[in-house]
Design a protein around this ligand. Structure first.
Ligand code: DX5
Ligand code: ZN
Length: 202
């Protein structure tokens, strides 16, 4: 898969959002990365369903919606998802991960499962058929501006091999957190496909 860029909107200039969106259109980013936090699954609060609705009025760039909320399957109805969006839910955020992934599939979005840095790859053993993307968190989720968890680089490589050996060749790998230009190159070599560009990529 060709590399794709997903621009982190929590790192955009909120006072000049329209200009930022025009610039992101001009440089042809592939997705807008929208971090949704509930101050429970992660200790922070960020963007919202209303924010997504507003941004939709300004651009047709597909969204890459990263749900860092507990029991996301209970809250999917709040969101204005569209075909072509990637929606990520965290393995760690619900005891009913398969039900939550199925609900996303029924909505018709690109289904992604996010893994925190310490969550093992083998937790995907019974989920490969349910997903299109794995979002590897390369920092612990919650804040922009953190440092890479170095072990996650090998995790990207191990994940690519793991997926290819289990019929998951079509599953893309997304990386989120401290994707600096230097780290992006290292992540690409390990097999990452979609890169979240945040404060590290300025
Ligand atoms: C982290 C967020 C990221 C963040 C990454 O929880 O999901 O999207 O914006 O940006 P930097 O480059 O600051 O790590
Ligand atoms: Zn994110």
């Amino acid at each position: 898969m060709n590399s794709k860029i997903s621009a982190s909107m929590m790192c955009a200039d909120f006072l000049n959002l329209a200009d930022d969106i025009r610039e992101l259109e001009r440089i042809k980013v592939d997705y807008l990365h929208i971090d949704i936090m509930d101050n429970h699954f992660v200790p922070n609060i960020t963007l919202s369903p209303d924010y997504i609705r507003q941004i939709r009025r300004a651009t047709r760039i597909p969204m890459d919606i990263h749900l860092m909320i507990d029991e996301p399957e209970r809250h999917l109805g709040l969101f204005d998802f569209m075909e072509g969006d990637i929606v990520s839910i965290h393995y760690e955020s619900t005891p009913h991960i398969q039900r939550a992934l199925k609900a996303l599939k029924d909505i018709g979005v690109t289904v992604s499962i996010a893994l925190n840095p310490a969550t093992p790859i083998y937790y995907l053993d019974f989920l490969i058929e349910d997903i299109d993307v794995v979002l590897i968190m390369t920092v612990n989720p919650g804040y922009a501006g953190q440092s890479l968890v170095p072990e996650t680089l090998e995790k990207i490589r191990d994940l690519r091999i793991y997926l290819d050996n289990r019929g998951g060749e079509h599953v893309a790998i997304e990386v989120d957190g401290n994707v600096s230009f230097e780290n992006a190159r290292r992540m690409r070599k390990k097999g990452a496909d979609i890169f979240v560009a945040g404060s590290s990529s300025l």
